[in-house]
Design a protein around this ligand. Structure first.
Ligand code: GN1
Ligand code: MG
Length: 379
């Protein structure tokens, strides 16, 4: 339940986007770690009202610039392909002054059309569902292939630049602001032990053997909407981190959640394993979609991207714990530490399965007739 004072404030914000007298209900939606999200029910439609976390996103206007540029580009393609532009892409709702953002008491708010009859699943139940998610993420890459990535603002600098994040992590360990470093020794060591893999993607982006593309940058499966009737993925949501990046960020980030047997914050680490059948279903659907786009060096990095992105998020969670939990929302005192431990465990499980994973990728490449230039490491 939203208390009276907060509800009154929410209604004032909502009034900037919709006819406040007709609001049937305002409800809070939980799920994301960053923004605060509310569902507004109107007689004719539903809307998402979100307060953009401007500690995380120092330039909310940059965020909205990126979202509107990308969604307008996708919308044209969707219309051309005869799909429903109200469902196949996010629609930003403008304020009554035709603006993307409303500012009230130094808070930044935006509104989106809610897509009805579709679900953002927190857990991926079947390989088939994960395949759909893989297809949608691949399709997103393809749709944006002709988009000028330089149009996009870097709304969070060096977002998936793992070595950059590592340098900051080391600085924060030295500062040890809330004296938690001692408690995290084991986890810090596990991250330090893997420093040599961290720059695999960034080095190749720098030498241009991996192209810079538009990346969603937050492809957890719950950011893909699935149609309730058909079970097909409709579109990607949560476009806050859409920026220049690599296709590998989007691949690896989806795997760390969808191909894991446990939740992101599971405390019983014996429950954390790799679901190879899920990995396979996702990878096949993804590669099928991006076949004409993906370059050999990206294919070579598929396994590495899973390892790097899981390691990066483990480091980010641990870093936030060490800094006193100022970035990610937490539901219990050691939540970020639990998340970090779980993600590190997933990295270890991936490493145990490296050969099996590469074998799966190899089989898919053969099955989909990828040319001889598509080799994996060690081949
Ligand atoms: C955050 O807010 P949410 O849940 O979509 C984070 C992602 C992390 C994710 C971990 C802007 O995403 O990078 O992968 O948590 N977003 C930002 O679950 O930092
Ligand atoms: Mg997000």
């Amino acid at each position: 339940m939203i208390d009276g004072e907060r509800l009154a404030e929410l209604r004032k914000v909502a009034a900037e986007f919709v006819n406040v007298d007709k609001i049937v209900e305002i409800r809070e939606l939980n799920g994301g770690h960053i923004n605060s999200t509310y569902l507004i029910t109107m007689p004719e439609a539903l809307y998402i009202l979100q307060r953009i976390n401007n500690f995380v996103f120092p330039s909310p206007f940059g965020v909205m610039h990126n979202i509107t540029q990308v969604t307008e580009f996708i919308r044209k393609k969707v219309i051309y392909e005869g799909k429903d532009p109200n469902r196949a892409v996010l629609n930003v709702v403008k304020s009554r002054y035709d603006q993307d953002i409303v500012i009230r008491n130094d808070n930044y708010w935006r509104c989106l059309q809610y897509i009805d009859g579709a679900t953002a699943y927190q857990n991926v139940d079947t390989p088939e569902m994960f395949a759909e998610i893989g297809r949608a993420i691949g399709e997103f890459q393809c749709m944006l292939a002709g988009f000028h990535t330089r149009v996009l603002d870097e709304t969070i600098i060096h977002f998936h630049d793992t070595p950059y994040r590592y340098r900051h992590f080391l600085d924060d360990i030295k500062i040890d602001r809330v004296e938690r470093v001692e408690e995290c020794k084991k986890e810090i060591r596990a991250i330090r032990d893997r420093v040599s893999i961290m720059n695999w993607i960034m080095l190749r982006i720098d030498d241009k053997s991996i192209p810079r593309r538009v990346a969603h940058n937050d492809t957890k499966p719950s950011n893909v909407l699935i149609d309730d009737k058909t079970g097909k993925a409709i579109c990607l949501i949560d476009l806050d981190t859409v920026m220049r990046g690599s296709l590998l960020f989007d691949f690896g980030d989806a795997i760390r959640i969808g191909a894991c047997t446990a939740d992101e914050d599971e405390v019983d680490l014996s429950k954390v394993h790799v679901r190879l059948d899920f990995f396979e279903a996702f990878t096949r659907a993804f590669l099928k979609e991006v076949k004409n786009l993906i370059v050999p060096e990206e294919v070579r990095g598929l396994y590495k991207s899973c390892q790097i992105i899981a390691l990066e998020i483990a480091m980010r969670f641990l870093n936030d714990y060490i800094n006193g939990d100022e970035y990610f929302k937490i539901a219990r005192p050691k939540h970020n530490l639990d998340r970090a431990r779980c993600q590190l465990q997933f990295v270890k499980e991936l490493e145990k399965n490296e050969q099996a994973i590469n074998k799966i990728i190899r089989n898919i490449l053969d099955e989909l007739d990828f040319g001889p230039e598509y080799t994996l490491e060690g081949e």
